[in-house]
Design a protein around this ligand. Structure first.
Ligand SMILES: NC(=O)c1ccc[n+]([C@@H]2O[C@H](COP(=O)([O-])OP(=O)(O)OC[C@H]3O[C@@H](n4cnc5c(N)ncnc54)[C@H](O)[C@@H]3O)[C@@H](O)[C@H]2O)c1
Length: 339
């Protein structure tokens, strides 16, 4: 079986490709990625020589290129991770979020229809539900919680979900959707909370925390997310949405303190900065459906996952220092330039 993974040079996509090739060694994985600032081909470096892996640089919005790739590879399954994914950037410049996250998803679904893929899986986010109050720990997002997006990012992800459900209803395209909580783990771009704090703490730079750091996120180790998508691809009914989360709510400030403790750095490095516009207070996923229907449960406890993650960033300084310095952008040219 050939599986097309879009956005596979990003954080979760790259973890997913590694996971998939381990779990399904007989499958062929094709990765389509535009290599925006968030895509880093060096993450996939160990796989580039493998016979059952192919990397293609391209834009999911480019219909001709997408059709040509489908014609050539005839993927049975498509998993769409490709997205602009940073909320702050969506507040600065929403246009590219609409283009990639909505129109790009539409181009992929059209190709799935045209070339007869048997599954299109849209990787979505719990942010489509908006936020929950801090003082109601009993409230959780279920799959039937109404969409109530707060940022241009989450609105674009919600739009893609609606489009996918419409393609299922209108054309019978076999789509599934996963809405996952915040992921953490290796290979996350150092603009996101956990790697940013680790990188700054190691350099003894200030750790900027929005507002008072009270905002709550539900954290899931990235490998657990990959296993959830695998479970949905094999057992999830087309047309269905699955929430994916670990019942693991943490305040941002507590995560930052935990990282400082693990690195032996002082809390005086924390600097509270002006809050993000429209900052969501709390996300919390109810994963009862994926557990009941597909038997999925997270396997990594937060204490273990965060320790593993901090250690990974310590042991792989080269990976993120290349990003911080901008050097990673040259990797594609070194690998493919002139070929
Ligand atoms: N990170 C999280 O905590 C989280 C949680 C829930 C859902 N998600 C969703 O999971 C997906 C992956 O998130 P991530 O954190 O790995 O993102 P990321 O920003 O690390 O990676 C996105 C990847 O998509 C590629 N890309 C962007 N625009 C493209 C285009 N037009 N054509 C082809 N490739 C393009 C980038 O080059 C990059 O490799 C996103 O759809 C995101 O909405 C993320």
């Amino acid at each position: 079986m050939t599986i097309l993974v879009t956005g596979g040079a990003g954080f979760i996509g790259a973890n997913f490709i590694r996971y998939w090739l381990d779990a399904h060694p007989l499958d062929r994985v094709v990765c389509l990625d535009k290599l925006t600032y968030a895509g880093n081909l060096s993450t996939l470096r160990p796989l580039l020589g493998r016979e059952n892996f192919r990397f293609v640089r391209g834009d999911i919005c480019d219909r001709d290129a997408v059709d040509a790739l489908f014609e050539e590879e005839r993927p049975g399954v498509v998993v769409n991770f490709a997205a602009e994914s940073h909320v702050d950037r969506s507040i600065e410049d929403p246009g590219v979020f609409l283009r990639t996250n909505v129109l790009g998803a539409g181009v992929l679904m059209d190709a799935c229809r045209k070339f007869g893929a048997r599954r299109f899986h849209q990787v979505s986010t719990d942010e489509v539900y908006g936020d929950l109050p801090l003082d109601r720990p009993d409230l959780l997002f279920s799959e039937t919680t109404p969409i109530h997006a707060s940022s241009p990012y989450s609105a674009s992800k919600a739009s893609a979900d609606l489009l996918a459900l419409a393609y299922f209803r209108t054309y019978g395209l076999p789509v599934t959707i996963s809405r996952c909580s915040n992921n953490y783990g290796p290979y996350q771009f150092p603009e996101k909370l956990i790697p940013l704090m680790i990188a700054n703490a190691l350099a003894d730079r200030e750790l900027p925390v929005y507002g008072t750091g009270e905002n709550v996120r539900d954290w899931l180790y990235v490998e657990d997310h990959c296993r959830a998508i695998d479970a949905i691809l094999s057992g999830g009914r087309p047309g269905e949405i699955f929430n994916v989360g670990g019942h693991n709510e943490m305040r941002n400030i507590d995560i930052v303190r935990l990282i400082l403790r693990r690195l032996g750095k002082p809390e005086s490095l924390i600097r509270f900065v002006a809050d993000r516009k429209g900052h969501d207070l709390r996300y919390a996923i109810d994963p009862a459906k994926i557990h009941a229907e597909l038997g999925w449960l997270p396997e990594t406890r937060f204490e273990d996952g965060i320790a593993r993650t901090v250690d990974w960033y310590l042991e792989n300084r080269g990976w993120w220092e290349e990003i911080v310095s901008g050097e990673y952008r040259n990797y594609y040219e070194r690998m493919y330039g002139g070929r």
